[in-house]
Unconditional design. Structure first.
Length: 131
């Protein structure tokens, strides 16, 4: 089960290629995403196209500044095995998510401009929290 966060400026092709490769090697059982942008929508489309269940966490804008924090908490209640962050400029969100992941013992994997470090991801998926 992966929780994805996609920062602005990330090419959607990189996202789908990563998910395809990850699914081929590790068989993704479910994705978790926070709704709110076209970038996160690409994960939902990928999940539907690949018949992978997808938990879509809505961000309730009426909640004001707390809405982002509440949506992150709701995403972690879905019990992700790993958090995958597609790098970019949304550092506030990234810090909120990584802080929550570290506090929950959930491994974090960032996909940067150089592409994924597959050996590191394989190691994360053998993390004691996942076993």
């Amino acid at each position: 089960v992966i929780f994805t966060h996609i920062c602005s400026g990330v090419d959607m092709v990189i996202i789908t290629r990563f998910l395809d490769a990850c699914h081929c090697e590790f068989s993704i059982s479910r994705t978790i995403l926070r709704e709110g942008s076209d970038r996160s929508g690409v994960v939902g489309i990928w999940a539907r196209n690949n018949k992978v269940p997808c938990s879509e966490i809505k961000i309730d804008a009426s909640g004001g500044p707390a809405a982002e924090v509440i949506s992150v908490d709701r995403a972690f209640r879905e019990k992700p095995d790993v958090v995958v962050i597609f790098g970019g400029s949304d550092r506030g969100d990234v810090e909120r998510i990584t802080g929550r992941a570290e506090g929950s013992g959930v491994p974090i994997f960032e996909v940067g401009g150089d592409g994924p470090d597959w050996d590191r991801l394989r190691g994360l998926l053998k993390h004691p929290a996942i076993q």
